[in-house]
Design a protein around this ligand. Structure first.
Ligand SMILES: Cc1cc2nc3c(=O)[nH]c(=O)nc-3n(C[C@H](O)[C@H](O)[C@H](O)COP(=O)(O)OP(=O)(O)OC[C@H]3O[C@@H](n4cnc5c(N)ncnc54)[C@H](O)[C@@H]3O)c2cc1C
Length: 293
């Protein structure tokens, strides 16, 4: 592996200045579970690796004044998966984080790294898209915030500009009575990268014909994690068996999977239909249970 220097700055300004000074030769690291493999395999050749973990706010996991969950970019998957706050308020996200690899890996892998890596198989991203999370960015021109849906621009690509780094992700509180399901298919029962996954979030809403609102996100079936807006619309109109089947088919139609070493495109498309249906049925059951309490 090509040798590189390592630096752990204490201020955002210093981290940003290092990225600019080493123009293209520096890379940010958090848990380094993705980065190390890319360096080792020769995809990246950084001369300098800039550790973000000591930067202010990077390790914060807290509910802020408006009720959003703020996740510092270096908060680990285990910190979210095991957090009572995340588990009770944002259980879909806790489920997504819990599904990542192994306990040991989740102790290093961060939500920020997962988002910045911009893999279509990133397991925290479907839940974050369902909750309509935002990404906070620091750069020499100051702070800016982008919806996650605009931050990830392609496989391995983000909207980050020169000298910019992600400081946090904020996740709005879900609507009252919301329930979620994250269903992940790997080649093994646990510990594998997603062959495909589905996140489903639903909540009661008397203003819609079905009495509920929905968000559905699909992982590993398109160049980026995607929402399935037509499936969401169908469910807002109708959650009968026929409505659920039509929504599951619409989600499958929205997917644009490829054949690769993990699965064929046809299998993935089929599994989107099956897991979307299962997810919606699970959420409906939970919403019904909550209403009866
Ligand atoms: C064995 C194994 C199994 C895995 N299984 C899964 C799985 O089941 N599900 C899954 O989703 N992923 C999985 N992964 C991938 C990886 O663990 C996750 O994507 C993880 O969340 C990455 O976080 P990290 O902190 O290690 O990121 P890093 O490797 O440190 O960084 C990832 C990328 O983000 C950039 N970056 C990091 N922090 C910032 C920042 N603050 N601002 C801007 N850019 C930044 C880095 O430069 C790099 O390009 C697996 C990886 C391995 C090695």
């Amino acid at each position: 592996m090509q040798p590189f220097d390592y630096v752990k700055p204490n201020s955002l300004e210093e981290a940003s200045a290092l990225l600019i000074e080493h123009n293209g030769d520096a890379r940010l690291m958090a848990g380094m579970t993705d980065l190390l493999i890319r360096i080792e395999r020769g995809f990246f050749h950084p001369r300098l690796v800039v550790d973000v973990k000591a930067l202010p706010g990077m390790r914060d996991l807290l509910v802020v004044r408006n009720g959003d969950l703020r996740i510092g970019a270096a908060v680990t998957m285990n910190e979210v998966a095991l957090s009572p706050t995340a588990r009770s308020g944002w259980p879909l996200l806790a489920e997504g984080c819990q599904s990542v690899a192994s306990y040991q890996l989740r102790n290093r892998a961060t939500v920020g790294g997962n988002v910045c890596n911009a893999s279509p198989a990133a397991d925290s991203v479907p839940a974050l898209l369902c909750y309509e999370a935002s990404v906070h960015i620091f750069g020499t021109d100051g702070d800016r915030t982008l919806p996650l849906a605009e931050f990830i621009t392609g496989p391995g690509r983000t909207a980050l500009q020169r000298g910019e780094l992600v400081t946090a992700i904020t996740v709005p509180a879900p609507a009252r009575g919301a329930a979620g399901k994250f269903l992940k298919l790997g080649r093994t029962a646990v510990g594998d990268i997603s062959v495909m996954n589905v996140a489903v979030l639903g909540w009661p809403d008397k203003a819609t014909p079905s009495g509920s609102q929905w968000r559905i996100a699909l992982g590993s079936v398109a160049p980026t994690v995607i929402r399935a807006p037509e499936a969401e619309r169908i469910l807002a109109a109708n959650t009968s068996m026929a409505g659920i089947e039509a929504a599951a088919q619409a989600a499958s139609d929205a997917s644009r999977p490829i054949d690769d070493i993990r699965a064929t495109a046809a299998y993935r498309r089929d599994m989107v239909r099956v897991l979307t249906r299962r997810g919606v049925e699970g959420v409906l059951a939970e919403i019904g249970e909550q209403a009866n309490r």
